[in-house]
Design a protein around this ligand. Structure first.
Ligand code: GTR
Length: 418
């Protein structure tokens, strides 16, 4: 049986005071099941699942510039430190999108004003990208609620799981993209497939948007597939800016797992996204790399050599030399809203490491809004926490994105977007 969710938005403040090290209530926090830890440690002996075996580490300082100046204002963050950190992520982790000129065009190829029994309008939009006579099409699918004042806020899913989850006919329905439920809440919901932008396999960057826009010899900081998919999300945003039904000041970018890593990077690169949601984004997403818990930088590079830039390989087994860690990626969302969530069975994705990254990113959010916070101690299972522009939950169960998760995203969006 599924346990219920308890939003504790209003309680967040008292939460953070209740929990402090040594406080007896410290037990009311999520802990990985010892059985699961023991089992995974046996089946994957090369990876660490024990908190006590995490090496001592020091996170790079978010608020000290490369020239050693302490950042104390929102303005200094936006003008100096944010651009520095963004560059470090381009250079070392996700890679840099090329500046090759291209043209884009939008075409509504299907529209049904009576979708979902009249509750929504379906629009299918082809976003065509062309360069030097070659082209590629991103197939954007969107439902816009009918009985709601326009323009409406929208969710955009970067789909990494295939069309059976995102069926525009709604013959197939999936919790991964619960379109009916989002429409019922008065929001638009949209999706594109990452594979439209770039195939999710190592093809030496010959196909997809790499094949279209990359020129010359590939550089060590050239973009990988995650950055390419994030770029695709921005092209959907370009379309939203032309669609009068969509409130383009209130668009959330959402992704699961590799899509979650992508959503975090999309939100970092493109400040038009007002809400960024990283669901079970794990290593290379929200999880602090220096913890080396579950999936590691080395494993990401060997398992998915096309996801990141070539420079990222330098940090395999060498996490302490990274000029960044993932709290800095999360901080790049500020002052916009950020939601991180995890699943209890997904130890490979290091839920605690994701939470710690969020917690350590708070000083940047608080430069803009003191009410952005999450408790010092990671909340227990199925207890959503949010305040200001930061939120979190850990759901019980498997690595997936479910309706329970979407309900939490929408509850958070309700308060952020008012
Ligand atoms: C795993 C990978 C994770 C995560 C996941 C997914 O195999 O190790 O980093 O991205 O795939 O996307 O489902």
């Amino acid at each position: 049986m599924k346990r219920g969710f308890f939003p504790v938005c209003a309680l967040v403040l008292s939460f953070s005071f209740l929990y402090s090290p040594g406080n007896s209530q410290v037990d009311d926090t999520w802990k990985a099941s010892p059985e699961a830890v023991a089992k995974l440690s046996r089946s994957q002996p090369d990876f660490n699942y024990y908190e006590e075996k995490i090496p001592a580490y020091t996170l790079p300082d978010l608020l000290v510039t490369s020239s050693g100046r302490k950042v104390t204002t929102a303005n200094e963050w936006m003008k100096v430190r944010r651009p520095e950190i963004l560059e470090l992520f381009r250079e070392n982790i996700f890679g840099r999108a090329p500046e090759t000129p291209y043209t884009k065009s939008f075409k509504i190829v299907n529209e049904d004003k009576n979708a979902m029994n009249g509750a929504a309008t379906l629009k299918q939009v082809d976003i065509t990208i062309e360069s030097e006579g070659k082209s590629l099409v991103i197939h954007l699918i969107m439902f816009v609620p009918n009985r709601v004042k326009k323009p409406v806020p929208a969710f955009l899913l970067i789909d990494n799981r295939g069309p059976e989850n995102t069926d525009p006919t709604r013959n197939l329905k999936s919790e991964f993209w619960p379109a009916e439920e989002v429409i019922a809440r008065g929001y638009a919901i949209s999706v594109f497939s990452n594979s439209d932008v770039d195939p999710d396999d190592f093809d030496d960057f010959r196909n997809g948007i790499h094949g279209l826009l990359d020129r010359g010899v590939r550089k060590p900081d050239a973009w990988g597939s995650l950055a390419a998919w994030a770029w695709g999300a921005s092209r959907c945003m370009d379309y939203f800016e032309t669609d009068k039904d969509i409130n383009n000041k209130k668009v959330a970018v959402v992704g699961h797992s590799r899509g979650g890593k992508t959503a975090l990077w999309a939100g970092a690169e493109d400040q038009r996204f007002s809400l960024v949601i990283g669901n079970e984004s794990g290593a290379g997403g929200a999880a602090l790399a220096r913890r080396r818990f579950g999936e590691t930088v080395a494993k990401l590079n060997s398992g998915f050599p096309h996801w990141f830039c070539a420079n990222y390989k330098k940090f395999a087994g060498n996490e302490d030399s990274m000029p960044v860690d993932m709290h800095m990626l999360l901080a790049l969302t500020a002052p916009r809203a950020l939601y991180i969530d995890c699943a209890s069975d997904d130890l490979w994705g290091d839920p605690r490491g994701c939470y710690l990254a969020l917690y350590n990113a708070l000083p940047v959010f608080q430069l803009f809004n003191k009410s952005s916070m999450v408790p010092r101690i990671m909340p227990p299972l199925n207890k959503q926490v949010f305040s200001g522009h930061t939120g979190f939950h850990i759901r019980d169960g498997v690595h997936n994105m479910l309706l329970q998760d979407w309900k939490c995203f929408m509850d958070f969006a309700d308060t952020v977007w008012k």
